[in-house]
Design a protein around this ligand. Structure first.
Ligand code: 5GP
Length: 139
């Protein structure tokens, strides 16, 4: 069911780079590489779970707390008019990386969201955005 060759498992193990904004014993958060909007951030538990159905409830409870914490930082950093917190289960629902995660997607008045999982962002921009979130979180 869970395959630890997925891209987020590699990011957690430090095998591939990411623009990290938060890390504790249970989770990491980093900028989405193909953001749907400015500030699109992902929150990923370190525990292995494919999706909403196989994650331990206690791990999920911690993950949602972490998601709220990081989302508050994104809100402070980018001041969007609103925000979507999204989580997909299986390809048919839009999941493309099979390690559970929450999307934090800021929404700006008059700015349509970009298509999910399509265009790679400029790394320098992602680095700048990560700095803004880290500062907002006090990291
Ligand atoms: P899912 O479709 O599984 O809900 O979301 C996966 C997300 O991971 C997508 O929004 C996609 O843009 C993002 N993503 C895919 N590959 C990478 C990567 O190598 N690094 C980062 N930071 N994000 C990625």
């Amino acid at each position: 069911m869970y395959d630890d060759n997925n891209i987020f498992a590699k990011i957690i193990r430090g095998e591939i780079p990411s623009f990290k904004v938060f890390e504790d014993a249970g989770a990491i958060a980093f900028m989405d590489a193909m953001p749907q909007s400015e500030g699109h951030t992902l929150v990923v538990p370190k525990a292995q779970a494919r999706n909403f159905f196989d994650i331990e409830p206690a791990v999920l409870a911690e993950l949602i707390k972490t998601t709220q914490h990081v989302a508050r930082g994104v809100q402070k950093a980018f001041n969007p008019g609103g925000m979507r917190i999204i989580q997909f289960n299986e390809s048919v629902a839009g999941q493309t990386v099979f390690h559970i995660h929450f999307h934090i997607v800021p929404c700006y008045e008059g700015v349509p969201l970009r298509t999910h999982n399509r265009d790679w962002a400029d790394k320098a921009v992602l680095a700048q955005h990560a700095e803004r979130v880290k500062q907002a979180l006090g990291n």
